[in-house]
Write a protein that binds this ligand. Structure first.
Ligand code: UDP
Ligand code: MG
Length: 459
């Protein structure tokens, strides 16, 4: 941490030198006027410090463009903080303008550093779960016949999916045939379509598919409860030694199931399917998703980078999940909390086979917010932090106002008695809100009734 900060400061210094140097060169040799020279100098400086921070300070191997967009965002926030501080010092304290300018360096540097460390340049590796982040290697001695076949259940939440289910069933039938022939799964393994209150005849289709195919089963929810709840209903209802959850729309490459089973047989209780690339998503979706994972990680929520709800869980892991009684479901955050040995397997994510995404932007935002508020009390803590800062600040200003009154002739009548209480009371109020928030946070985690521990095995 200190080393990174040291590097960050050095890059800042180098950036200043390069930026200023460019400005002077542009003015002297290229005869640009001061505004244009500044524009050139700043551009060069920003690019320079971005590249140096990316490759040296934080060593991120992330997508260049994404990192740059985040870098610019952090820079903008830091710059606004800088400017506000400078203006504030300049207008409220009659300090010398150079000093006011210098004061701005502190928020600028701190926001820049933290923002870049926790937001801009979190590596993919960092963002994944700590511990086993590499795709697990299969032990070589794992031959086909060394293990008895497992009873597998595949859970597929379906909401208005008539257009894709026949194809999904066809592909799953092929897969099952191979897996049964290879003696990886038992003949009574099954696929469970969870109808999440569809309105387009999905349930009728499931019924007829179940008649045609012996391995197809259906579970019908009484009404639409959303993807996460449908998934949970399936996970907690179906039998099977191992359960795989996958979307109905064939976006997730079904052949990864074979790898998941192999990894399960190699001893992993949870196998996460992780998208190799997001080429099939729009730029906007990729960028927002990446930034969101980063934000969650910065807030201390453990989550697997680029993993949606495509995963295998062993029976013990599913039973542990049963103990989590929360109503606001965000499975991607809960499953890592279960513990157990886990492995990742990578796959390419395809386009939706047919039909439309059931996650419009509004729902995606709600889901994203759910992820934060179900796992992190940081937003509440922030209120306390801001309250503390404002209170501290009001003390500083009070001291200053008193000294102006005592030692100079500049005191403006009525200023202190009007302005000070605003800061002071504002600070106290925020602080109190924050403290109440702390209790709220306690109540909030109590009401979840999450299990305090999960026993994996006893002998
Ligand atoms: N889904 C569901 N209930 C809902 C919305 C979606 O069961 O209220 C299912 C849907 O049928 C699909 C999966 O959840 O199998 C993922 O939905 P979708 O593919 O629309 O989301 P995206 O891949 O666009 O994030
Ligand atoms: Mg989809």
């Amino acid at each position: 941490m200190t080393m990174t900060f040291g590097r960050y400061l050095l890059v800042g210094v180098a950036n200043t030198v390069v930026g200023l140097g460019t400005i002077y060169i542009a003015m002297y040799f290229l005869r640009l006027n001061i505004v244009h020279a500044n524009a050139v100098g700043y551009t060069i400086g920003v690019l320079f410090s971005f590249l140096l921070n990316k490759s040296w300070t934080f060593k991120s191997d992330d997508h260049l463009l994404f990192s740059f967009l985040r870098f610019i965002t952090v820079l903008a926030v830091a710059y606004i903080a800088n400017l506000s501080t400078v203006l504030f010092f300049d207008s409220h304290f009659h300090v010398n303008a150079y000093l006011a300018q210098a004061a701005g360096i502190f928020p600028y540097t701190i926001i820049g550093f933290l923002g870049n460390k926790y937001f801009t340049f979190r590596n993919q590796q960092h963002a994944a779960l700590s511990g086993n982040q590499q795709p697990a290697e299969l032990p070589e001695n794992l031959t086909q016949t060394s293990w008895p076949p497992i009873q597998l259940s595949i859970v597929v939440p379906c909401y208005n999916e008539v257009t894709v289910l026949p194809e999904t069933t066809r592909q799953l039938a092929d897969l099952f045939q191979t897996l049964i022939a290879d003696q990886k799964i038992t003949a009574d393994s099954g696929v469970y379509y969870i109808d999440d209150g569809s309105r387009d005849g999905t349930w009728r289709l499931i019924e007829s598919l179940a008649e045609q195919q012996q391995f197809v089963h259906g579970i019908k929810l009484s009404r639409n409860r959303g993807h996460q709840n449908a998934l949970l209903a399936g996970l907690l209802t179906v039998a099977g030694e191992a359960i795989i959850s996958v979307d109905a729309d064939l976006q997730d490459d079904l052949s990864a199931i074979v790898k998941m089973i192999d990894l399960y047989r190699a001893g992993y209780d949870i196998v996460y399917g992780v998208r190799d690339s997001r080429q099939s998503d729009t730029f906007f979706k990729r960028f927002t998703a990446q930034s969101y994972y980063r934000l969650l990680n910065a807030m201390g929520v453990e989550i697997i980078y680029n993993h949606a709800d495509y995963r295998l869980m062993s029976r013990p892991a599913v039973e542990a999940l049963r103990e989590f009684g929360e109503v606001n479901l965000f499975l991607r955050g809960i499953i890592p909390q279960l513990g157990f040995s886990h492995a990742l397997t990578f796959y390419e994510r395809a386009e939706r086979y047919a039909g439309e995404s059931k996650y419009p932007l509004k729902q995606m935002l709600a889901f994203a917010w759910q992820g934060i508020t179900s796992f992190s009390v940081l937003p509440l803590r922030c209120i306390t932090g801001i309250g503390l800062l404002v209170s501290l600040f009001s003390f500083v200003i009070s001291a200053w106002a008193i000294s102006v009154r005592l030692f100079t002739q500049d005191a403006i009548p009525g200023w202190a008695s009007t302005v000070l209480p605003i800061y002071f009371l504002g600070g106290i109020q925020l602080l109190c809100l924050g403290i109440m928030g702390e209790y709220l946070a306690k109540i909030y985690s109590e009401t979840k009734r999450r299990p305090r521990y999960v026993i994996e095995k006893t002998i």
